[in-house]
Ligand binder design. Sequence first.
Ligand SMILES: *[C@@H]1O[C@H](CO)[C@@H](O)[C@H](O)[C@H]1NC(C)=O
Ligand SMILES: *[C@@H]1O[C@H](CO)[C@@H](O)[C@H](O)[C@H]1NC(C)=O
Ligand SMILES: *[C@@H]1O[C@H](CO)[C@@H](O)[C@H](O)[C@H]1NC(C)=O
Ligand SMILES: *[C@@H]1O[C@H](CO)[C@@H](O)[C@H](O)[C@H]1NC(C)=O
Ligand SMILES: *[C@@H]1O[C@H](CO)[C@@H](O)[C@H](O)[C@H]1NC(C)=O
Ligand SMILES: *[C@@H]1O[C@H](CO)[C@@H](O)[C@H](O)[C@H]1NC(C)=O
Length: 165
Amino acid sequence: MACHLLLVAGFAVSLAGATDHIVGANHGWNPNIDYYLWSGNQTFYVGDLISFRYQKGTHNVFEVNQTGYDNCTMAGVAGNWTSGKDFIPLNDSRRYYFICGNGFCQAGMKVAITVHPLKHNATGDGAKNHGGDGAAQEAAAAAMPGAAVWMAVLAVAAAAVAILP
Ligand SMILES: *[C@@H]1O[C@H](CO)[C@@H](O)[C@H](O)[C@H]1NC(C)=O
Ligand SMILES: *[C@@H]1O[C@H](CO)[C@@H](O)[C@H](O)[C@H]1NC(C)=O
Ligand SMILES: *[C@@H]1O[C@H](CO)[C@@H](O)[C@H](O)[C@H]1NC(C)=O
Ligand SMILES: *[C@@H]1O[C@H](CO)[C@@H](O)[C@H](O)[C@H]1NC(C)=O
Ligand SMILES: *[C@@H]1O[C@H](CO)[C@@H](O)[C@H](O)[C@H]1NC(C)=O
Ligand SMILES: *[C@@H]1O[C@H](CO)[C@@H](O)[C@H](O)[C@H]1NC(C)=O
């Protein structure tokens, strides 16, 4: 019972903790936008998503390495996405480089990001919110003796009622 509650709490925390970073915010993935400014205002953590919104067929997304990013080439290509609404999980703590693969990289469709490791890693629970799973566990732990105390209080109260004339 208690174990189930803890599992549910941990699951909810990790879902709530993942941030979806929408490239370009409401400008989306398009030419002539300064994605350097955009990425400078984001903090990426392992487990977050980066998502690209664009006209399907007109643009796309390629992950390349730094050479590819700097020079708008396919150097070090590691993946490509073409759906027009691509959610890409950031699995590792490292630099990621994304470019548009159909010529628009030269028009600024390139973004480089640094993904940071999770801050709270002591128990390897993946929680990055302050408190996170730890708080839930403490609350659950605190609830156990609390319940016992209430049972005792109720028992005393019942006994008191029973011995009343
Ligand atoms: C962050 O965004 C604000 C407002 O949107 C902007 O004024 C600021 O220059 C941005 N900072 C960076 C580092 O891009
Ligand atoms: C970009 O390409 C040039 C040659 O085209 C190369 O010399 C340079 O090293 C590349 N940039 C990076 C960061 O590797
Ligand atoms: C990127 O990949 C290309 C091709 O595999 C390689 O020649 C180049 O050294 C790589 N650049 C970096 C910065 O790793
Ligand atoms: C795009 O990715 C798919 C696999 O997801 C691969 O088969 C294909 O060759 C890639 N295309 C390019 C141009 O790299
Ligand atoms: C992260 O891992 C998932 C599942 O293995 C994969 O689909 C996704 O492409 C990976 N992210 C990147 C940026 O490669
Ligand atoms: C997080 O924990 C894992 C294993 O539990 C370890 O490999 C990793 O280096 C840790 N990361 C940080 C940032 O402490």
